[in-house]
Ligand binder design. Sequence first.
Ligand code: NAD
Length: 435
Amino acid sequence: MKIAVVGTGYVGLVTGTCFAETGNQVTCVDIDANKVARLQNGEIPIYEPGLDVLFDRNIAEDRLKFTTNLAEGIKDAEVIFLALPTPPGEDGSADLKYILGVANDLGPILENYAVIIDKSTVPVGTAEKVRQAVAQHAKVDFDVVSNPEFLREGVAVDDFMKPDRVVVGTTSDKAKKVMEKLYAPLVRQGNPVIFMDERSAEMTKYAANSFLALKITFMNEIANLCERVGANVDDIRRGIGTDSRIGKRFLFAGIGYGGSCFPKDVQALAKTSSDYGYDFRTLRSVMAVNEDQKKKLLPIVMEYFGGNLKGKTIAVWGLAFKPYTDDIREAPALENIKALLEAGASITVYDPEAMDNVKKLIPNITYCHTAYAALDDADALMIFTEWPQFRTPDFVKMSKLLKEKVVFDGRNLYELETMKEQGFTYYSIGRETVQ
Ligand code: NAD
């Protein structure tokens, strides 16, 4: 098949590369000329494990191309993916200007029947809006399908190539056949392609992300209560996660969820609810609790240093919103670093992948080449991302480098027993403080 992907970010580039890998001819389009130039030079502008192998192979075999020119990109395409940003607007709703802008541009340049696919996370009713926008100037027949993406950054290639399920919203038989053919190589093991109407597909994506955000948030509140009653949230997690009705995943307590999806999608679903006159109370709680959770360690740090951070240096491990990505959108680390700077602290940081992205936003902190370099002469360590390399550090080396042996851990990386043995003061989430 000939495929166009409009928007070549985390989702678009993975979508384009993976469909090239299954033998299709793919052109990725982006308005960011610098990004396209880098891609044309064989350089991947994001960090996504495993993407490079597929990317290199499909470029070498001439199945994957990049352009800034929409008309050139969609020429002869049977399938046109829209993998464009849908950031929150001022009122929390998903901003559709990128999607509808491209939809408007597509109408006059479509030369043959194509299935236009909303891959972006878009509110209920968007497929209809895209259809209307394209139809205004279209001279040929086309279909608009909702096909939300469930990949996780960090394991995006695996998620895309072996999806648990593919959700397709369409009421067109012609589009359904195209979608079946497109996804057949990815669901050979029998995972389902679930067909439904467009509105249900659009809702499915928001329901999935909001449910996961709710699960994390519920566990964070259990953790907060554990601290008060003297229980250990890790034991609770093991105790309930083994119940197959609950499941083991998304039960890790921590310093709140971030990223480019959960915060904006929960907000957008709450906005959709209020637009339709429904007060979605659990979503309102999820948002409020998560906001508080992200700042949870700050008063503890402040109290530890007697209410004054002036002249103190805080080392930070982890900037990305989760491990295996360089994505820092809505990452809890950023808000915390800004608050610490405002309180007069100096910051030294280390993250294996995300430092270049943060440098553009927060230049006035010290970026270090190794995790240990960030500890040198620091008064305390704060942890925001559970990168595996932070899990089994050399505690003796840490003790020598830090001025005070104190760790504020937003990701519960260490066993309490270990920290007791190593003589650290150790604050974590939903567990006893070691001192
Ligand atoms: P992104 O910001 O990484 O990429 C979007 C790309 O679109 C950028 O490269 C941008 O330059 C480009 N763009 C903007 N306007 C354009 C235009 N007019 N023409 C061509 N290109 C244009 O975003 P993303 O993380 O890939 O997310 C895209 C969508 O997918 C969002 O709706 C998001 O919610 C959804 N989604 C994201 C993830 C994820 O993990 N990142 C997972 C599932 C769904």
